[in-house]
Write a protein that binds this ligand. Structure first.
Ligand SMILES: [Zn+2]
Length: 137
């Protein structure tokens, strides 16, 4: 439960920060015409705010990692909570894989991208550009 909350915060945090910066930009843009020094102050404030914002993301990740490791050691997926974790080495990569939702996790408990392997079969939903181009002509 706690991990789900922390994971949700970590997933939406960059979007929320970006929305905050977008709102600050709109306020600063309106302020250019009324109080130019205020807009300049907002630029410096926004730049200085980057430091604690990145620091907070590091704290959230540091909280999430041990909680995800606890779930992985209990053979449960940190993303979907299913008991379907495949240990590393099963499909020639060093990542934990959930057979239920397909998520991959590193040994440190973080979400991991799926490594591209040259012998992997092509995804069935991938568009086949040459065939679709020749069919339309
Ligand atoms: Zn899963």
């Amino acid at each position: 439960m706690l991990h789900t909350i922390v994971r949700t915060i970590r997933r939406f945090y960059p979007g929320v920060v970006f929305a905050g910066y977008l709102v600050a930009f709109l306020i600063a843009f309106a302020m250019v015409f009324m109080l130019p020094i205020g807009a300049l102050g907002m630029v410096f404030l926004a730049l200085m705010a980057l430091i604690p914002l990145v620091f907070v993301l590091g704290i959230v990740r540091a909280i999430e990692r041990p909680l995800a490791l606890k779930k992985l050691s209990a053979n449960r997926c940190p993303a979907c909570d299913a008991r379907a974790i495949e240990p590393p080495g099963a499909d020639h990569c060093d990542l934990y894989r959930c057979t239920n939702c397909g998520s991959h996790f590193s040994a440190s408990g973080e979400d991991a991208e799926v490594p591209d392997s040259p012998d992997a079969p092509e995804a069935p939903d991938s568009p086949e550009a040459p065939d679709s181009l020749s069919a339309s002509q």
